[in-house]
Design a protein around this ligand. Structure first.
Ligand SMILES: Nc1nc2c(ncn2[C@@H]2O[C@H](COP(=O)(O)OP(=O)(O)O)[C@@H](O)[C@H]2O)c(=O)[nH]1
Ligand SMILES: [Mg+2]
Ligand SMILES: [Zn+2]
Length: 344
């Protein structure tokens, strides 16, 4: 994907998905905790493991496994290495220790990430880790206001696929007039591809039981364009959150709303969910053009039968993807999204 990705870095393999930076932390952290356990047994005894809820400036809100919520700073050395802000993100598992002389806590090390949600930076800037260790990417769209656009949901689905994280598609605002009929074709399309789809309304509570079932017991990240009702859905699931929701106004132009860092919310009923800042544009990172088809599950099923092994499914003869498209087995809309993302 050109524009955003002037990196020539190949896409990392699934098992090598974390950044080099991340590996550095792990190594220094591991070495340090073993040294610490010998030298400072009292500090080691009170050391804790926890999960990062939110990064705010140079400070991190952390939920300790023991249940306590604390605020911690990064150990100086880790901080020096952490130029980018990706060093510690919501969802990261960390080791913390109390600081001797005051009441504070310090992050001693960051554990190796199982998964990372990574997006491209704007205009070729370096990629950003949005959240760590999530089990599921929840792509929230609305049936109307703003209108459902498959171009947008496809971008977010590709983002999830490119990070090897299972997506769930949630279509909110089903209460709006003609909501069901407006999205029915898209819902059928995504379900046939195999994506789970939840239809709901934060306003009426319709479908929220399904949403709860899909979120329970997992760490999810909520993504989607602004205004589709992400904050409203979270409030509907847990009114004590009292998240601000946006009144859609014309004066509130695109770039106007302030960017907030991703934060992990702990809801009732064993739901942990990372709310990410509204993305008006999102681009997956590090997808080589010849690998774009891997992010479309329905293409993966047929592409092995293309005549050319590295078929782009655009100009080549005897292309199984184009045959499937003509036969109606691959939806036209999805092929359009594929072409559009390929050209970027
Ligand atoms: N009709 C209707 N409006 C909704 C629903 N959910 C959210 N909204 C409205 O949509 C606007 C944006 O909601 P918000 O939660 O701030 O969206 P976010 O930007 O995705 O977090 C607000 O005016 C909400 O009141 C819904 O299910 N139905
Ligand atoms: Mg919001
Ligand atoms: Zn092909």
């Amino acid at each position: 994907m050109s524009g955003e990705a002037d990196h020539s870095t190949p896409r990392p393999a699934p098992d090598a998905q974390r950044t080099e930076v991340g590996r550095g932390v792990l190594r220094s952290g591991a070495a340090e905790s073993s040294a610490q356990s010998g030298a400072q047994s009292s500090a080691a005894a009170s050391a804790g493991k926890g999960m990062v809820l939110e990064a705010v400036g140079g400070r991190y809100r952390i939920l300790l496994d023991a249940g306590q919520r604390i605020t911690a700073f990064l150990r100086g050395r880790i901080k020096q290495e952490a130029r980018t802000g990706d060093r510690v993100v919501a969802g990261d598992r960390v080791h913390v220790e109390p600081v001797d002389d005051d009441e504070g806590w310090v992050i001693e090390s960051v554990m190796e990430r199982e998964r990372e949600l990574i997006r491209a930076g704007p205009r070729g800037r370096r990629p950003r880790v949005v959240a760590a260790n999530i089990d599921q990417v929840v792509v929230v769209m609305s049936a109307a206001e703003p209108p459902f656009q498959h171009e947008i949901s496809d971008r977010f689905l590709v983002l999830a696929e490119s990070c090897f994280i299972d997506p769930l598609l949630v279509i909110n605002k089903m209460d709006l007039e003609n909501g069901s009929s407006l999205v029915a074709p898209a819902v059928q399309m995504y379900r046939e591809i195999g994506y789970p789809v939840v239809l709901c309304s934060a306003a009426t509570g319709e479908g929220l039981d399904d949403l709860i079932r899909a979120l329970e017991g997992r760490l999810s990240a909520l993504v989607g364009p602004s205004g589709v009702g992400k904050s409203s859905l979270l409030n509907a699931l847990d009114p004590s959150l009292e998240l601000p929701t946006r009144t859609v106004s014309r004066r509130q132009g695109r770039g106007r709303h302030t960017t907030v860092a991703a934060r992990l919310l702990i809801l009732d009923t064993d739901i942990r969910i990372i709310d990410t800042p509204g993305f008006s544009e999102v681009t997956a990172w590090g997808i080589e053009p010849e690998d774009m088809d891997a992010n479309f599950p329905e293409f993966r099923q047929v592409e092995g039968s293309c005549r050319f092994r590295r078929c782009s499914h655009v100009h080549e003869p005897d292309c199984a993807v184009k045959s499937a498209l003509e036969a109606g087995a691959i939806p036209q809309e999805r092929y359009e999204s594929y072409r559009r993302l390929l050209e970027e």
